[in-house]
Ligand binder design. Sequence first.
Ligand code: NAD
Length: 675
Amino acid sequence: MTAAVHLERDGDVAVLIIDNPPVNAGSQAIRAALLARIAEAGAMEGIRAGVLIGAGKTFIAGSDLREFDLPLVAPQLPAVIAALEGAAMPWVAALHGAALGGGYELALGCDARIAAPGTVVGLPECGLGIIPGAGGTQKLPRLVGRARAVPLICGGERVAASEALRLGMIDAIAAADLRSEAVALARSVTGKRHVIALTPPEEPEGAFEAAAHKAAARGRQRPHILAAIARIGTVGRIPPAEGLAAERAAFEALRITPEARALRHVFFAERAAARPVLAEKVRPLPVARLGVVGAGTMGAGIALAALRKGLAVVLVDSDAAALERGRARIDADLERLGPEGAAAARARLSVSDDLAALAPCDVIIEAVIEDPGVKAQVFAAIDAVARPDAVLASNTSYLDIDAIAAATARPGSVLGLHFFSPAHVMRLLEVVPGAATSARTLATGFAVAAALGKQPVQAGNAFGFIGNRIYAAYRAACEFMLEDGALPQEVDAALEAFGFAMGPFAVADLSGLDIAWRMRRQRAAGRDPRARYVEIPDRLCELGRFGRKTGAGYYRHVNGKAIPDFEVEALVIAASEAKRIARRALSQAEIQRRALAAIVNEAGLVLEEGVAARPGDVDVVLVNGYGFPRWTGGPLHWAGTRDPDQLTDDCAEAARAAGPQQKRADLHALGIWER
Ligand code: NAD
């Protein structure tokens, strides 16, 4: 499969067909071929216009990211676009599939744009820590206005053809045959129509500033977001050539930053994680009809995620009131799909208090309470009613998948599918094969993730899988710091300053302290007496402080605001005194160092034990499920950017702080510095 651009002619119109399977990624070879063919087309006898179109299922869906870690090689995209703009004849971009990033910038270098229905267009570069570098920030605002361009570019929005037409991002939608309609459009275009020569549309006073403010906050003030805003801001204020040059300079500087590298790492790690770790490719079973058992927090969320993606769902709960609550919650949320979409989704949902209703389902996901006895009973009952070829999954957070599978006569068809709360929002899905899980069952688990639009990561069947296991070590490290001298709000502030979406104690208040409390009491007998045990969360729970839902936890919650609480401060100080720990001030740097070292050490253990197959899998889990800042690349990519000796020392200290039972990972053996 070699990348090529084919030149054909339709009468007096030249047609360039971009052919670089599978997604026509813009690469050096494609750019060179485009440049050559554009010149050839211009020199042909009797040609009055040209069309650019993609072969196969898409236009240029983006740039070849593998080139991004290497020095730039000529010809670069601006040169290709300059050739289109400098041509004597008009060029029309004929878009289908996806025209994203450099693909859409190429289209912006044409004199008109037509798209097949179902096409998506946009500039997603900011998602990778860079900005569009071939005119995107300078041309899009001239079509849609500067204020509208800000979220389009900073948010990397993928815009559907109908909306793109309304915004002016494209000029027409093809009614039937894209190529012939593009050729007709090319014939009708008289003269050149450079987007860069347009005056941006008038906007209300302050509209751009408001959009910029919002995008900067959303983008956590990251350098590439601020650079994109700055480039958009100059459109119409400085000469176009200056604007293009400044954009290119910013693009070139950003692409080699550690932050852009880290974001590319997450991009590739997510792609790798999306496939099961299997010796050979296995075809999954169908996943069109999903059964969900338990209509509580998780079950209703899972059902909702499936309904939104067009699947049929059978929702079962033994408690009629819980079933009705779950259905009402789903119903309310489906309103967002609009009257028609909501009605169609509701028609795909059936609810029942009888497990027999699961008989037609392809895949059945159990989300009842976290109790081994109840789970075993429910699985035996599901096994009795499910089709022989149905896959059975548990959403358990901590229980052993093998024990659950053993309750059925089909352990090969059982696996863990660990969703995150809220299940219709969070993208992460841990896919957990047990000892008996067949390759086809595992592949089907990944197919469920794909059907639901989730980011799967395969995890081993061990306590807490990947994410909860690492998070527990992190939270424990943060609790130690409370005893050592920090207050909850200080720990939270330090970790939010590192880039976590929320600090650990704010998270605890949000998800509720009672669940972990119940689990600690259940597991109290099995606790290692050598482990450092912090009693502060138990004391809070004994006071009925379960977090936001009770108005108090680590904070007091007033009108949706978390306020530091002197009662908690007193309780924390008393906890230190009880253990005769002399409290001292902890700097932000120390808090970050200790918390991150605990994460990295546990992540190392998870890898050593084979619970995660690759370092990137850990990164994908922490970034997508636990608010770890994406721009660091996740904990293990981040670790790879640190000084090995210092980090090894920090991890040893973190392990010591947890008690003699805590294992230490051998980070060097894991190869995290060998990239
Ligand atoms: P929940 O209490 O909100 O819902 C459980 C539901 O199961 C209830 O509606 C209950 O009526 C129903 N149920 C109980 N026994 C049943 C039976 N025999 N047959 C049918 N229905 C039955 O619990 P949840 O928070 O949704 O958790 C469900 C599972 O998901 C647990 O295993 C939990 O560990 C796991 N989980 C929870 C979260 C979370 O944040 N809440 C996240 C990931 C995984």
